[in-house]
Design a protein around this ligand. Structure first.
Ligand code: ATP
Ligand code: AMO
Length: 465
């Protein structure tokens, strides 16, 4: 097995060496005495050249190569070679002088779409128009209906590797700061974030729902003296609409921690955590970011070493100076959030910032009111490029206040009784945040739709694949 190499490993240092590769038949072309086969493995491509030569490559082999169906899994043996002219359209700059080909698994000859078509950028389409070429566009539904095929493009390979890095960095950083990883139940008795967006179900005759957030149980873990906890797990929201940033199931990156004096202790952790994540992506994912940029060009994320913190009031003032007057105790709508993102970028040169001290009325019942002015709350949202990726707050840890806040918000207190009871045996002040993993990836890479950052997205009309 020593000869096996990955396509991504092929470079000039291997010049002249004999290697064995396994990948997909991306394209083939050629006739007579020569065949060009582009072999693709996990988004990386290399050109393999087969030329008829006595006792090495037969005419029959050339014919066989030309008959291979696209996407078939094949093994290729050959010698690494530095070509005389640079190769267009492959990720590897060396080529392979092929000797043998073996088909491991045949793909059907007719595919739902061509990977080449699915990999084109807007720029490719514009160029094609000028040159009068007819390129096929693969629309989002076709891609999602055949997601396994769609995921094979270089950009998609990169997106899900980046997603993996984001959760790895999240875990790495929090573990280094003494956080304990937990797993909370997803089958629970009631809503935590408001009743409308909940998937209800029957639990042996008892009404139940899919957890809208680990909110209640991560707080209970704090009441149980775990000190600092985090979870990476599924979150379910019955969002009966089609926006570019809402899914019915997403991956929540949650944390919850004791605080001594101020909710800024949570913001301090958040600051360091996200600088760690963004620096990590920059350091470890340059190839992936390049691959995404090829198909979906974007401006790299601008962020500060110390994240900008604005109060909600300061945010409203920026909008007001721009001619947008909003209710001082209402929520920001999507358009003003976007506009604020642009204004903040102009003024502070950052795409990433925190807005805190939200009006209490627009936050969930468990949010701690501000001590100096209970119309505001010890809460915050965090934005990338003018869109929310994180919500968080200090929590109410007094069971009586918690009960009255839940009632005031129209929440069924009965379904919360074991949660509220956990604060009756002594409860330490605490706060935490919930991050949407798909939103982080979508907005970090400036993708235009959250479905691109979800491997098998769920929306009201999509339950498969
Ligand atoms: P979160 O669930 O954390 O609150 P969010 O991004 O959905 O995240 P919201 O505060 O719910 O934030 O909503 C912000 C704005 O997004 C709302 O004012 C509304 O304009 C829009 N919005 C929220 N949910 C939906 C939805 N399901 N469909 C369409 N628009 C929505
Ligand atoms: P919130 O409801 O703001 O807060 O959710 C936290 C984060 O989850 C992401 N998010 C979504 N992502 C995709 N599709 C959706 N439908 C969707 N809804 C939310 C967003 C959002 O910022 N319990 C609190 C968190 C806390 O206070 O700890 C909560 O759930 O990125």
């Amino acid at each position: 097995g020593r000869k096996w190499k990955k396509v991504s490993e092929l470079d000039a240092s291997l010049n002249g060496q004999s290697v064995l590769l396994r990948g997909r038949c991306h394209t083939t072309r050629g006739k007579g005495k020569i065949a060009f086969l582009i072999l693709r493995e996990a988004g990386h491509t290399v050109q393999c050249v087969f030329q008829v030569e006595d006792n090495v490559v037969s005419k029959g082999l050339i014919k066989y190569i030309n008959s291979l169906s696209k996407e078939s899994i094949i093994d290729v043996e050959g010698t690494v070679d530095i070509p005389s002219a640079p190769i267009n359209g492959t990720t590897q700059q060396v080529e392979l002088k092929g000797r043998k080909v073996y088909c491991v698994s045949k793909a059907r000859p007719v595919l739902p779409f061509n990977l080449e078509d699915a990999s084109r950028s807007e720029k490719d389409f514009q160029k094609a128009e000028q040159e009068d070429l007819q390129y096929v566009r693969v629309n989002q539904d076709t891609r999602l209906n055949n997601r396994v095929l769609d995921l094979r493009t270089s950009a998609n390979q990169a997106v899900f590797r980046i997603q993996s890095y984001v959760s790895m960095f999240f875990r790495q950083f929090l573990v280094s700061r003494g956080f304990v990883e937990i797993h909370t139940p997803k089958l629970i008795a009631g809503a935590s974030e408001g009743g409308a967006a909940v998937f209800s179900l029957d639990y042996y005759g008892q009404p139940a729902c899919l957890a809208q957030s680990p909110q209640l149980h991560k707080q209970m873990a704090i009441c149980a003296d775990l000190g600092r906890v985090f979870e990476i797990g599924p979150v379910f929201r019955a969002e009966n609409s089609f926006t570019h940033r809402h899914l019915c199931e997403f991956t929540g990156l949650d944390l919850e921690m004791e605080i001594k004096e101020h909710y800024f202790e949570v913001l301090d952790i958040l600051d360091e955590l996200f600088v760690f994540v963004f620096d990590g992506l920059h350091q470890h994912c340059s190839k992936e970011l390049e691959a995404i940029n090829e198909q979906y060009p974007f401006e790299p994320l601008k962020y500060l070493k110390k994240t900008l913190r604005l109060t909600f009031e300061e945010g409203l003032q920026l909008l007001k100076d721009d001619g947008i007057e909003l209710d001082p105790f209402g929520d920001l709508d999507t358009a003003s959030e976007r506009r604020l993102g642009t204004l903040v970028k102009e003024k502070y040169n950052t795409d990433f910032y925190i807005l805190h001290r939200y009006p209490l009325a627009v936050r969930p019942f468990y949010t701690m009111p501000c001590f100096d002015n209970p119309q505001y709350s010890n809460s915050f949202d965090v934005f990338i490029r003018g869109e929310e990726i994180i919500s968080g707050a200090q929590r109410v840890h007094d069971p009586e206040l918690l009960t009255s806040r839940a009632e005031a918000c129209g929440i069924n207190v009965k379904s919360l009784s074991t949660y509220i009871d956990s604060f009756r045996w002594g409860a330490v002040p605490h706060g935490g945040v919930g991050v949407g993993l798909e939103r982080v990836v979508m907005l970090y890479c400036a993708l235009n739709n959250i479905r691109k950052a979800s491997m098998f997205p769920r929306d009201p009309t999509r339950l498969a694949p």
